[in-house]
Write a protein that binds this ligand. Structure first.
Ligand SMILES: C[S@@+](CC[C@H](N)C(=O)[O-])C[C@H]1O[C@@H](n2cnc3c(N)ncnc32)[C@H](O)[C@@H]1O
Length: 241
C-alpha cells in the first residue's frame, strides 16, 4: 500500500538528510546515479540546456518552480538579473539558503500555486521566464492548467517562456521499466492506486500537454531529454509570443 498521503509529505520525507556538502545536495534532490552525484558534464549540460531553451540573458527575471535546494538556481543566477525560486520542502529551502544563496536569488518556501499568487501580488517586475526542472511528474493535468493560468495572469498578455525539463514521457516509459521485475512492480503500483509510483510520479503524454496548451492558446514544443542521463524523459517549452 502507498504510505504517503500526498506529494508534500513525500518530499518532506524522501532523502531528508541534512546537507553538509555538495554531494549531499545532489543526493537530496535525486541528481544521482547509484546515489552518487551525476557527472559534472551531465550537470553542466542540464544547466546549459535550460539557459539555451529559455534564451536567458542579464535582463531576465526568472521564476523557478520546484527549485529543490537551489543547485541549478545557483548556476543560472549568473545568466539572469534575478531569480525567484520556490519549493515546498522546508529542508531543501533551508539547504538552498545555506549553500546556494546569492544577492540576486530570492528563495521562498511555498507550494507553486501560492508562490505564483505571491509573485503576482508583490513583484513589480513580473518574471517573463519560468522553469520547472524534474518536477512535473508530481502534478496532475489540472495542476498544470492552473499553473499556466497563473503565469498568464502574472504576465498579463505579454510574451513568456516556460521550460519544463525532465518530464517522464509515457511513450518512453518501457525504456525505464526495462526488466520483468521493474515492469511487474510498475503494473502493481498502477493497479494498487499507488500515486507516488515509488517516487517516479506521473508519466505524461506529450499530447495531453499539447491539448492543454491549445485550449489556452499557448505554443508547445517537445524534445527528448539528454540521453546521457535518461532515455525516458522529455523537455517541453511552452510559450506565448
Ligand atoms: C526531483 S526534485 C527537483 C529539484 C530541482 N528542480 C532539480 O531539478 O534538481 C522535485 C522537487 O519538486 C518539489 N515540489 C513538488 N511539488 C511541489 C509543489 N506543489 N510546490 C513546490 N514544490 C514542489 C519537491 O519538494 C522537490 O524538491
Amino acid at each position: 500500500m502507498n504510505s504517503f498521503l500526498n506529494w508534500e509529505q513525500f518530499w518532506q520525507e524522501w532523502r531528508n538528510k541534512e546537507a553538509a556538502n555538495e554531494e549531499d545536495l545532489f543526493f537530496q534532490v535525486g541528481l544521482t546515479v547509484d546515489k552518487k552525484p551525476i557527472e559534472k558534464e551531465a550537470f553542466d549540460e542540464i544547466c546549459d540546456s535550460i539557459s539555451d531553451a529559455l534564451a536567458l540573458n542579464s535582463s531576465d527575471i526568472l521564476a523557478e518552480l520546484c527549485c529543490g535546494n537551489g543547485l541549478i538556481t545557483f548556476v543560472l543566477k549568473d545568466r539572469v538579473k534575478h531569480i525567484y525560486a520556490t519549493d515546498f520542502a522546508a529542508h531543501l529551502i533551508r539547504a538552498a539558503k545555506e549553500f546556494k544563496s546569492a544577492s540576486n536569488i530570492t528563495y521562498i518556501c511555498n507550494n507553486v500555486f501560492d508562490f505564483l499568487v505571491y509573485i503576482k501580488d508583490t513583484v513589480a517586475a513580473a518574471p517573463t521566464k519560468y522553469l520547472m526542472s524534474n518536477a512535473l511528474a508530481y502534478f496532475t493535468p489540472d495542476d498544470l492548467k492552473r499553473i499556466l493560468l497563473l503565469i498568464m495572469d502574472i504576465t498579463a498578455g505579454q510574451p513568456f517562456l516556460f521550460y519544463l525539463k525532465g518530464v517522464p514521457n509515457d511513450k518512453l516509459k518501457w525504456n525505464f521499466y526495462n526488466t520483468e521485475e521493474r515492469r511487474k512492480k510498475y503494473l502493481h503500483n498502477m493497479s494498487d492506486g499507488n500515486f507516488t509510483n515509488d517516487g517516479m510520479g506521473r508519466w505524461w503524454h506529450p499530447e495531453e500537454i499539447a491539448a492543454i496548451c491549445q485550449e489556452l492558446n499557448l505554443k508547445s514544443e517537445f524534445w527528448n531529454s539528454e540521453q546521457q542521463l535518461t532515455g525516458f524523459r522529455m523537455d517541453i517549452k511552452l510559450s506565448r509570443d
